[in-house]
Design a protein around this ligand. Structure first.
Ligand SMILES: Cc1cc2nc3c(=O)[nH]c(=O)nc-3n(C[C@H](O)[C@H](O)[C@H](O)COP(=O)(O)OP(=O)(O)OC[C@H]3O[C@@H](n4cnc5c(N)ncnc54)[C@H](O)[C@@H]3O)c2cc1C
Length: 480
C-alpha cells in the first residue's frame, strides 16, 4: 500500500510524461579509470526534485513497487522528493529496506523498478535508484540516522555472516528489541559489499557510515570467526543464544578444473583479484595482503557482473589491454547491460564465442598466453539457453600476462556438514522456507545467497529481513 494514495494527488499526467529528461551525469571514462572513486555524480537537491517530478503516479500498486524485491513505496518517495521533503522520503525508504543507500547504488534498476516504469513505453524511466541514493544520503549527511530500537526482550540471536542477508536480519531483530551478535569469518563486516563489489560501484565510506549505524544501535560484531571451523552452531546454542540465522553467502569461486594451467602465476580467481584490487590491506585477511601483480594485457573469462567488475578493476590497476573472453554471444551474457556498457566505455574489449582450453606459461614460468577454441551456439538447454559447442580445429592464441577467472560461485558446504539435522542440497545450499527462512533444525533460520545461490544484494537483504520476522515470532512463542 502506498503511504500517499495516488488517487488523492491532483497531477497532470500528460504534462509529466512530456517533461524533459536529463540523463545521469557520469565522470568521463578517461578520468574515472585513473582512480577507484564513484562513477556517478551525485544529484543536487534541485536536480532530484525535477527528476522525481517525472513520476506519473500510477495507481496503487504501482509497477515499480511490485518489481522492487523489498517493495519500496517509490511513488510516495517521488512525491516527497519532488517537494523537497527529502528526509521524509528517506524515512519511507528505511521502512521497507535495511540498506537503501546500498541498493540505490548497486541494484540492477533497469531490471527491477526502472525496468517496470510505464514511461519505458514512450520515454525514459524515472531514475528511481539514484533518487533513493540521493534522499538517503541527504538525510544521513544533514541529520544523521538512528535505527529505532524497541525495549530489550532479553533474547539473544547469533547471526552468522555480515553480508546483506545477515545485516537485513540484524536490522529487523534489533528493531524488535532482541540482542544481536554477528559472527563473521573476515576481519570486517559487509560481506560482498566490502569483499567483492568494487569501490567505483559502492564507495567504502558509504558502507562504513552504514555500519556505524548498526554499531550505534548495539549490534555486536565478532570478526575472524569461521562457524564450522572455529566453533559450530551447536556451540552457539550452548553459549546461550536463543536462535541462529545463517547468512554465509555463496562465495566459493567456480574453477576450470579440466583446463590445464589455471595454477600458473598470473592466473587469479575473481574474488581474490577483486578483493586485493579494491580493499585496503588493513581490512584484508593476512593471506591476502600480498599486492596483485598485474600485467599489461589482462584477459577476464566469464560473462556475468563479476566479469564486468574484474575488467573495470583491471583498467584501474593500469592494464593497457583488457579483454573479456566469453563462450556464448553478447545476447546470452548473464551480466547487466549497464555495467557492461560502462566497461566498454572505459576501454574493455570483448571476444565472444571463445573458450579457453589451456593457460600457457612463458620462459619465466608465468602466464604468457591462453589457447582458446572458437565456439558456436548449439541446441537450447533445459532453461532454453543455447549451448556453446566447440568448432573443431579452430584453436587460436590470445596473448596475455594476467587472466582472471570470473566463472560464478558455489556455496561452502561446511555449515551443513557441521550442523546435525540441518538439511542442505545442491553442493551445500541451505534448505529453507522462502517466506520465513525456517530450516529443518529448530531455532535455525537462513536467507540470502546461501539459500538461493548467487543473486543480488536486495534479494539477500529481503531474505534476512523475512527470517528476522519469523525469528521474532519463534522467540515470542518460546516465551509463552
Ligand atoms: C564481484 C561481485 C559483484 C557483485 N555486484 C553486485 C551488484 O552490483 N549488485 C547486486 O545487487 N549484487 C551484486 N553482487 C551479488 C551480491 O553481492 C550478493 O548477492 C550478496 O552480497 C549476497 O549477500 P549474502 O549476505 O547472502 O552473502 P555475502 O555478501 O556473501 O555475505 C556472507 C558473509 O558470510 C561470511 N561467511 C561465510 N561463511 C562463513 C562462516 N562459515 N562463518 C562466518 N562467516 C562466514 C562471509 O565472509 C561474508 O561476509 C555481486 C557479487 C559479486 C561476487
Amino acid at each position: 500500500m502506498q503511504f500517499i494514495p495516488s488517487e488523492t494527488l491532483t497531477i497532470d499526467r500528460k504534462a509529466r510524461v512530456n517533461m524533459p529528461f536529463f540523463d545521469l551525469d557520469l565522470r568521463p571514462p578517461r578520468e574515472r579509470t585513473c582512480d577507484f572513486g564513484d562513477v556517478v555524480i551525485d544529484f543536487s537537491p534541485e536536480r532530484a526534485m525535477v527528476e522525481a517530478a517525472r513520476c506519473i503516479h500510477c495507481p496503487d500498486p504501482a509497477p515499480c513497487m511490485v518489481a522492487c524485491p523489498t517493495h519500496n513505496d517509490i511513488p510516495s518517495c517521488m512525491w516527497l522528493i519532488e517537494q523537497g521533503r527529502f528526509s521524509e522520503a528517506a524515512n519511507l525508504y528505511h521502512e521497507h529496506s535495511s540498506l537503501p543507500e546500498i541498493c540505490g547504488r548497486v541494484c540492477p534498476h533497469e531490471q527491477l523498478c526502472q525496468g517496470s516504469c510505464v514511461l519505458n513505453k514512450t520515454k525514459t524511466p524515472v531514475l528511481c535508484g539514484e533518487l533513493e541514493t540521493f534522499a538517503v544520503d541527504y538525510q544521513r549527511r544533514n541529520e544523521g540516522r538512528v535505527i529505532p530500537l524497541a525495549p530489550p526482550t532479553g533474547k539473544r540471536v547469533a547471526v552468522i555472516g555480515a553480508g546483506p542477508a545477515g545485516l537485513g536480519c540484524a536490522d529487523q531483530l534489533i528493531q524488535r528489541g532482541h540482542e544481536v551478535t554477528i559472527f563473521e569469518s573476515k576481519p570486517a563486516p559487509g560481506g560482498l559489499l566490502v569483499y567483492g563489489i568494487p569501490n567505483f560501484k559502492l564507495p567504502k565510506d558509504v558502507w562504513q557510515e552504514k555500519w556505524e549505524e548498526f554499531e550505534r544501535a548495539g549490534v555486536k560484531f565478532v570478526p575472524n570467526t569461521y562457524i564450522g571451523k572455529d566453533k559450530t552452531i551447536d556451540d552457539l546454542f550452548n553459549e546461550g543464544f536463543d536462535a541462529v540465522f545463517i547468512g554465509v553467502g555463496s562465495e566459493v569461486d567456480a574453477k576450470m578444473e579440466d583446463t590445464p594451467g589455471t595454477d600458473l602465476p598470473g592466473v587469479y580467481e575473481a574474488t581474490d583479484f577483486l578483493i586485493r584490487g579494491n580493499v585496503a590491506p588493513d581490512l584484508l585477511p593476512e593471506n591476502m595482503r600480498k599486492p596483485l601483480e598485474i600485467g599489461k594485457r589482462v584477459a577476464v573469462i566469464g560473462g556475468g557482473d563479476t566479469a564486468s567488475d574484474c575488467l573495470r578493476t583491471a583498467l584501474r590497476l593500469g592494464a593497457e589491454e583488457v579483454t573479456c573472453l566469453y563462450r556464448r554471444t553478447e545476447r546470452e551474457m548473464p551480466g547487466g547491460k549497464k555495467d557492461r556498457q560502462m566497461a566498454k566505455d572505459e576501454g574493455a574489449k570483448y571476444r565472444f564465442l571463445t573458450q579457453p582450453v589451456k593457460f600457457i606459461a612463458g620462459d619465466d614460468g608465468k602466464l604468457a598466453a591462453i589457447e582458446c577454441i572458437e565456439m558456436r551456439l548449439g541446441e537450447p538447454d533445459k532453461k532454453g539457453r543455447r549451448k556453446p559447442v566447440p568448432v573443431e580445429g579452430s584453436n587460436f592464441i590470445v596473448e596475455c600476462d594476467t587472466a582472471v577467472l570470473a566463472l560464478g560461485y558455489w556455496p561452502d558446504p561446511i555449515i551443513g556438514k557441521t550442523t546435525p539435522n540441518l538439511e542442505t542440497h545442491d553442493w551445500g545450499l541451505v534448505t529453507a522456507d522462502k517466506s520465513t527462512g525456517r530450516t529443518s533444525r529448530e531455532g535455525v533460520f537462513s536467507g540470502g545467497d546461501c539459500v538461493t545461490g548467487p543473486d543480488l544484494v536486495v534479494t539477500a537483504m529481503v531474505g534476512g529481513r523475512k527470517a528476522a520476522w519469523a525469528i521474532d515470532e519463534y522467540l515470542k512463542s518460546k516465551s509463552k
